[in-house]
Design a protein around this ligand. Structure first.
Ligand code: MRU
Length: 342
């Protein structure tokens, strides 16, 4: 697997995920503007990766200010953090990472080398994310049986995280332990994360994968062609309601109806201890135009209205369990999710 995020010399390098799998082009981020644009413009995506990139963004933003004056003010800091906060509202990992970077900044502000401390913290967040993914994947792999066909939606793989992945991490760990696995990847309109990223990641790893249009799910369940569903998450409320890529809710409903286990794999940084239930999770609404074009080619008339909510909420009753780096979270979700934050 190509390195999709790394720090080299004095810049952050990000593999532009909009061009995958056909072109491998790196974006170089040297300024706060570069980082904000990479997140908002979907060059990078996936909840944990958004948090990691934002963490590097804090360091880059602070360095930029300090290149023009001696001391950084509270106003400068608020401006940097606010700009990063406003990139994408749903993934709570973004806010989690910004909070952690703020603590690192407060701890180092009076000393020399603020930028170095922030860069170190960003790298730590990055490295820890990979470790958490590996850990949760080992727990999750226990739920997979030899010969399972697993459906996943969007991309919750190495590309969506610091590395290894959450939902795809579980699949990888099961495969690495010798289980024979087949994966059904939904294409995930309109950004096609399933077709372009998930299928590509699995294919590169030698894991059998088959791509289906998003509208196939109910039918595949009715034909008993799927044993399990595993998806990632962008934010999980205290009661277990889960925000993930639009279409996840529909898949969960179908799985519930067909009595197929529906698992959500996510690090604890995706659990939002301040949000009671799904009704208060902010849902990103992107430009309707993103639905009207595929690779810059219009698929409808210009005058047709369109709408694109990037995420939906799956009510917790449709979720079988959560796979985290501390283990499997079972019902009653509220009680156990509270414990995760201790
Ligand atoms: O719009 P995206 O591509 O950022 O959406 C990504 C997802 O919905 C993922 O499933 C989620 O972030 C989990 S990634 C480990």
């Amino acid at each position: 697997m190509l390195r999709h995020i790394f720090w080299k010399d004095d810049a952050l390098f990000l593999l532009d995920q909009r061009l995958l799998p056909f072109k491998k082009v790196y974006i170089t981020c040297r300024t706060l503007d570069d980082v904000v644009e990479a997140i908002r413009g979907m060059a990078i995506r996936g909840a944990p990766l958004i948090g990691i990139v934002a963490a590097y963004g804090c360091a880059i933003g602070v360095r930029e200010v300090l290149s023009t004056k001696k001391r950084i003010t509270e106003r400068d800091i608020e401006n940097i953090w606010k700009r990063l906060e406003m990139t994408r509202p749903t993934a709570v990992n973004l806010f989690w990472a910004l909070k952690r970077m703020r603590s690192a900044l407060d701890g180092s502000r009076r000393k020399e080398g603020v930028f170095d401390s922030l860069l170190k913290e960003a790298i730590t967040i990055h490295v820890e994310d990979v470790e958490k993914n590996r850990m949760l994947s080992l727990f999750g792999a226990e739920l997979i049986e030899d010969g399972d066909t697993i459906l996943t939606h969007c991309n919750a793989g190495a590309l969506a995280t610091g590395g290894y992945g959450t939902a795809l991490g579980v699949i990888r760990a099961a495969y690495e332990s010798g289980k024979r696995i087949r994966v059904i990847a939904t294409e995930t309109r309109p950004y096609l994360q399933g077709a372009r990223l998930t299928a590509w990641e699995l294919y590169n790893d030698g894991i059998e994968v088959e791509l289906v249009p998003d509208n196939h799910v109910g039918f595949l369940f009715s034909r008993r062609q799927i044993e399990k569903v595993i998806v990632g998450a962008d934010r999980i409320a205290l009661n277990g309601d889960t925000a993930n890529k639009i279409g996840t809710f529909t898949i969960a409903l179908c799985a519930y109806h067909a009595k197929i286990p529906f698992y959500v794999a996510a690090p604890i940084s995706t659990f939002d201890g301040d949000t009671k239930d799904g009704s208060s999770i902010p849902i990103e609404e992107r430009k309707g135009d993103e639905v009207k074009y595929i690779y810059n080619t219009p698929i409808t008339l210009d005058e047709i209205k369109s709408r694109y909510y990037s995420f939906d909420i799956t009510p917790s009753r449709y979720i079988t369990s959560f796979i985290t780096e501390k283990g499997i979270v079972v019902r009653p979700f509220k009680r156990y999710i509270k414990l995760l934050h201790r």
